[in-house]
Each structure stands twice: as structure tokens, then as C-alpha cells.
Design a protein around this ligand. Structure first.
Ligand SMILES: [Ca+2]
Length: 667
């Protein structure tokens, strides 16, 4: 039951023509349009996470509401939506999905307005299945809506947080400008969406209709539905041969704090070499559970919910945290870290509503060597999984990490021989997946077959330094601002890149954001020399860059360091570029790269935008391209890699007109 692109177009036409139908109350159920990252699944086959749910975009469903987007401008509801489009409903309106496969559970991604003074509101959403009222969900914007400059604010009325910082809106430093510019409020609103899971109470077959209706009287002036996921959740798992937390006093109703009971169960399990089992229920935990040499299994992430509220710490903790909250933490690396920890089959529901970088309020933290994290659902924490190494041999598999204040997963400081595979990451407030080689290099790690969607800030996947790391078979969609699909950057005090960097068989779509400070478009992949030259062996092979908002490939050094750092030893091979708003390659650095079998089509500007390091001497650009053959295709300006561009013809135009490409199609 995989719909085609043609069916998707049909779905759109039903939706867009729905107003006339709506007045007669006869909107027909549409053919289900299943997508992955808002694309026909056949276009991303074999890439990204294999998840247990199917995605349907609201903009492809039946509705009497209003389709918003597509649009990529930061600080807009459309840009943060999957596929850059969603459906906005006023009270009384609905969107209706037809199940493409049997399902007993749904997940709704939505946005409702903030309170006038911040802090969020709640609002109802009625769910009917096959015309029968099932339940009213209580939507919330308490975890959405950030404003202003880093590290952001929950106050929509606040003036600029850092008047002594350069602001792109006025192209000035407000505190040093007369008269002092005043920016309209809310200033830089973002992080609009949230998502919520719901059991349907029974299994419905393919063809059943799930209608989401905003009831009359909702406090939300508009309720925007981005998408619905549906799935057939397996029954809960039971383990009778384990240390059951209920026997140690845990409360599955969520009324009493269960943290001490968890500690007792873990201590018993460590003594007796049993697993810890957490049966179905909601368990209140408002602090870190320290884990070492223990296996903790839930009944499944839909059944076993570990949920906490944020707690103020006064005085601050030794690590600087001023809050704590629910999280499973290994011992700190400074005392040796933890080992042999295995966590699986439960949800962590945090309560993080603001970004405080010194707070350890992550879902999983600490140092976890020789360990596994599998099948968790991590929601509303600061970072889903933030490791502070040195540590080694961690496997992170099959997790869903959504609605985070900062990153999805970060390998920070000396994480080695570890892998994150088949994870699904959506709506992070910073990089979806990152390796940050601060102080000590991350080495021999792999991010493989993950899906990353709609990071509202920064990149889908980012490598900041490191040795012999791999990013493979991932699917990355819809980065929104100050980042892009994949970044390889010498930034944030990271150790230099060394050995190889393999970026292989990934697909990006609708990537390449508008860099608000530089006021130029970024590439879907961007290699960025900010603090060091980049000269490791970078192999970019087998990747597909689809529907690139600007260029597909960018190599850049920041302008103030353009004569200090270069990017060399980069090799692109077996690449498909389907649609660029501007060029295929944008080079804004000294250095070189080779290209072999890089096929491009629907290119919106000259194939290579070559600025080099901006000296514009008669010798040509400071950046050279090597044509190793097989580089075909192009756009309205001719072949993308034409002989006249080689090896270093200056073609510098950072802001050419953007030609929106057609939707991606089978190659
Ligand atoms: Ca959408």
C-alpha cells in the first residue's frame, strides 16, 4: 500500500479543493499517501531508520482546513513542518487520515499557539475512528515556543537578549547603534511543534479513517497538524525472571516517586546478577538513576513510561547543573565511567522547557562503555542521549528521540568504537546526531541508518573533529536554520579531523538552509574550516542530495580566517544531485576536491560557484576541482562541471537567484 508520487499529487488536489466540499460536508476519505520524510518511500529506499510506523503528511490527507507552505523561511510554521508543509485548523475543522495498514496506535505532530506571556497552553483535539468518537487528546505548547537569541527565552515579549551581539536583522550591534534598534516581538520564534502518542484501544484495519477535529471552543485559535504516524504496537513484554521494580516499592500509577525503588531494584539485581524489569505503567522519577553493570528492561516504550518533573537545585550540583530531572546516567568518566549497562524497552518523558547548557537534564548521560541502549522513546529532555567520554563500545539502536531542547544524540569527548544505528530523531533544538571531539578525539564511530527530521537549529548530522568516523545510510530531511543536512566542521574547540571521514550512502532532502548571519545559502553537505584546516581523507560516496534549497555541496572557511585555513583531500564519488536552488558546488575556501561520477539535474545556477579565498587573482580561485570522469548533467546554464570551470575558474556569485527545483523523482 505504498502510494506513488502521482497519488500524493492527487491527495494534494483533494485537500486544496476541499473548501468547496466542506460546505457540503462531503469531503471523501482520500487515498492514503504514505511517505518517508514527506517523500515517496521508493526515493529513499534503504536509507534511514526502519521504523515500526508509517508516516502520513497532513498536507496529503483530507481536510477542510488550510494547507500552509511549502516554505523554508526560518521562524515560520511551514519551515518547521515535515515536508515544509502542514494543515492549520480553526475550531470545528479537521484533517482525516485513512490508515494504510492495520494500526492500534497513532502519533500526532502538531503545533498550537503559546500563551500571550509564554509558558504554553493546552488545547483539545478530538480523535474519531471510522466516525466513532474515540478520545480527546490534550495538546500542549508547554514544551514548544522558544524565542530570541541563544540560549533562547520562553518570553515572547522579551527585548533582544544580547544587545552587544551582532544582529542580522539590523546588520548592526544594537547596543552600539543610535538610535537603538527595536525588534518586533515575538523576536525569532521557533520550535513550534510537539508530538503525542495515543493508543486507539483496539486494532483497526487498513482503510479505517482517523479524523482529528479541533472542537468548538478550543483555546487554540489555530491547531496546525503536520503529520500522523500510525502503527501496530506489539503486546507488552513480561519477564518473570527479573528484579521487578514493583517488588521494591515502585508505583506504576505515577503518583509516588519511584526513584528510590529503582535504586533498590538495581542494587538487588547487581548482587543477584538478574535483570531489572519495569512492567507497564507510568513511574515518577525526578532525578538521575545511576546505572552501572546492570540490565534494565521495560515492557516496551509504549507501555513502560518513566516520567519526571524538573527539580530546582539550590545550591547547584558540582557539575554546575541548576536543575535535575529524569534520566539514566552512567558514572562520570572522571571516576572511570560505567560499563556493561543495557537499557531497553521503555520511554523517558522529561520536563525540559528551556535551554540551560550547564544542566544535566538529558534522557541518557554520563559514560557508558560496553553497553547498549535499544528501543527507547525519549521525549522532552534536553538532549536525548548525551555521552561524556572518554568511553568505548556503546551501541545505540532502534530508539525514537523527539521534541528535544538541544541535540538528539551527542558523542562528546573521546567516545570510541561506538555506533548509533536505526534511530529516529525528529524536532531537536540542535544537531540531530553529533560527534563532538572536544579535548579528546571521537574515533572509530559510526552513525548508520538513522532518520533525522526537522532539526530546528543546526544540522541533521554533524561531525566536529575526530578520527576514522563514518556517517552512512542515513536519511536527513528539513533542517531549518544555522545548519544543514550534514556538516563536517572544525569548530567548538574540537580536535582535528584525522584518518578518514566516510560520508557514504546518505540521502538528504530539502536541506541547505539560508545562513541568517552570512545571508547566503548553505549546502546540503557543508565542510566548514573555522578553527583549523581540514585535511583528513574525506570520502563522500554514494550520497543522494535531493531538492536542495540552495547548493548541494559547500566547502567553506569563515571569511575572517579565509587566509589561515584550507580544505583539502575531499573526494566526491557516485553522487546524485536532484534539484538545486543554486549551484551543485559552492567553494568559499582555499583548497581542493575531486569529483567522480557526480550526476546532477535540475541545477538552478552555474554548476560550480567558486570564490576560493576571495583574492580573485589572475591565477584563478584558490580552490581547485579535479574531474575524475563521469560527472554528468546540469541545468539551464549547461553541464554542471564543464571544462571551462576547471580547475579553478572564478565564478563567484554567492547570492544568485534561487530557482526552486521540481520535486525529486526516480532517477
Ligand atoms: Ca507535513
Amino acid at each position: 500500500m505504498i502510494a506513488t508520487v502521482a497519488a500524493a499529487a492527487a491527495g494534494l488536489s483533494v485537500a486544496s479543493g476541499s473548501t468547496a466540499f466542506a460546505s457540503a460536508g462531503t469531503v471523501a476519505a482520500s487515498t492514503p499517501v504514505v511517505t518517508r520524510a514527506a517523500l515517496d518511500p521508493s526515493l529513499v529506499s534503504g536509507r534511514g531508520a526502519d521504523v515500526g510506523f508509517v508516516e502520513q503528511e497532513a498536507e496529503n490527507a483530507a481536510t477542510n482546513g488550510t494547507i500552509i507552505g511549502p516554505g523554508t523561511a526560518a521562524y515560520t510554521l511551514a519551515a518547521e513542518a515535515s515536508g515544509r508543509s502542514a494543515v492549520s485548523l480553526t475550531p470545528g475543522q479537521y484533517v482525516e487520515f485513512t490508515l494504510p495498514a492495520a494500526a492500534n496506535a497513532i502519533n500526532v505532530r502538531y503545533s498550537i499557539p503559546d500563551a500571550p506571556t509564554g509558558g504554553g497552553i493546552t488545547a483539545p483535539l478530538d480523535v474519531t475512528v471510522n466516525g466513532h468518537r474515540h478520545k480527546t487528546m490534550t495538546l500542549t505548547s508547554q514544551f514548544a515556543w522558544l524565542y530570541n537569541e541563544y540560549p533562547f527565552s520562553n518570553d515572547p515579549n522579551a527585548g533582544v537578549l544580547h544587545p552587544d551581539w551582532w544582529a542580522t536583522e539590523c546588520t548592526c550591534v544594537p547596543a552600539a547603534t543610535t538610535p537603538t534598534p527595536v525588534f518586533p516581538t515575538p523576536f525569532r520564534p521557533n520550535h513550534f511543534y510537539d508530538e503525542q502518542r495515543l493508543f486507539l484501544g483496539r486494532t483497526y484495519q487498513a482503510g479505517a479513517t482517523v479524523r482529528l477535529t479541533v472542537p468548538a471552543g478550543s483555546d487554540a485559535a489555530t491547531t496546525t497538524i503536520d503529520l500522523m504516524d500510525s502503527q501496530l504496537v506489539a503486546p507488552p513484554k513480561f519477564d518473570l525472571h527479573a528484579a521487578n521494580v514493583l517488588l521494591f516499592g515502585a508505583d506504576p500509577t505515577g503518583h509516588r516517586d519511584s526513584a528510590d525503588a529503582f535504586d533498590r531494584a538495581i542494587a538487588f539485581a547487581q548482587r543477584t546478577h538478574l535483570k531489572v524489569y519495569i512492567p507497564p505503567g507510568t513511574y515518577q522519577v525526578n532525578r538521575h538513576i545511576i546505572v552501572d553493570n546492570v540490565t534494565i528492561e521495560g515492557a516496551g516504550s509504549w507501555y513502560t513510561i518513566i516520567k519526571g518533573h524538573q527539580v530546582d537545585l539550590s545550591p547547584p550540583a558540582p557539575d554546575g547543573s541548576v536543575h535535575t530531572g529524569v534520566g539514566f546516567y552512567g558514572q562520570d568518566a572522571s571516576v572511570g565511567g560505567s560499563t556493561n549497562v543495557h537499557l531497553s524497552g521503555f520511554a523517558i518523558e522529561g520536563d525540559v522547557r528551556e535551554r540551560i547548557d550547564t544542566d544535566q537534564v538529558n534522557g541518557i548521560g554520563g559514560a557508558l562503555s560496553n553497553s547498549t541502549i535499544d528501543g527507547l522513546y525519549i521525549h522532552h529532555t534536553k538532549v536525548g542521549i548525551w555521552l561524556d567520554g572518554p568511553m568505548t563500545n556503546l551501541k545505540i539502536t532502534n530508539n525514537i528521540i523527539v521534541d528535544q531542547i538541544a541535540d538528539g544524540i551527542n558523542f562528546h569527548t573521546g567516545v570510541t568504537n561506538s555506533i548509533a544505528s536505526n534511530n529516529f530523531i525528529r524536532n531537536t533544538g540542535d544537531d540531530g546526531l553529533a560527534m563532538w571531539s572536544e579535548k579528546v578525539a571521537d574515533a572509530n564511530n559510526t552513525f548508520d541508518h538513522n532518520t533525522v527530521q526537522t532539526p530546528v537549529l543546526a544540522n541533521g548530522i554533524a561531525l566536529y573533529g575526530g578520527t576514522d568516523n563514518t556517517v552512512s545510510n542515513n536519511l536527513i530531511a528539513d533542517p531549518i536554520r544555522e545548519g544543514s543536512g550534514i556538516q563536517v566542521g572544525s569548530r567548538f574547540g574540537a580536535q582535528a579531523f584525522a584518518g578518514h571521514v566516510w560520508i557514504t550512502n546518505n540521502t538528504t532532502v530539502r536541506a541547505g538552509t539560508y545562513e541568517l548571519n552570512w545571508k547566503i545559502g548553505l549546502g546540503a553537505i557543508w565542510i566548514y574550516a573555522l578553527e583549523k584546516s581540514i585535511s583528513a581523507d574525506i570520502e563522500v560516496a554514494g550520497d543522494n542530495f535531493l531538492d536542495n534549497t540552495y547548493n548541494a555541496i559547500m566547502l567553506v572557511s569563515d571569511f575572517p580566517v579565509k587566509d589561515l585555513y584550507s580544505i583539502t583531500n575531499v573526494h566526491f564519488k557516485d553522487i546524485k544531485v536532484d534539484g538545486t536552488g543554486t549551484s551543485v558546488v559552492s567553494a568559499r575556501t582555499a583548497g581542493s576536491a575531486s569529483f567522480e561520477n557526480v550526476q546532477a539535474r535540475n541545477v538552478g545556477a552555474v554548476g560550480v560557484n567558486n570564490c576560493g579565498s576571495f583574492h580573485f587573482t589572475p591565477a584563478g580561485s584558490e580552490f581547485s576541482l579535479t574531474d575524475l570522469g563521469g560527472n554528468t548533467g546540469g541545468g539551464t546554464t549547461g553541464p554542471w562541471l564543464a571544462p571551462w570551470e576547471l580547475p579553478n575558474t572564478i565564478t563567484c556569485n554567492d547570492r544568485p537567484p534561487v530557482v526552486p527545483p521540481p520535486p525529486p523523482s526516480p532517477w
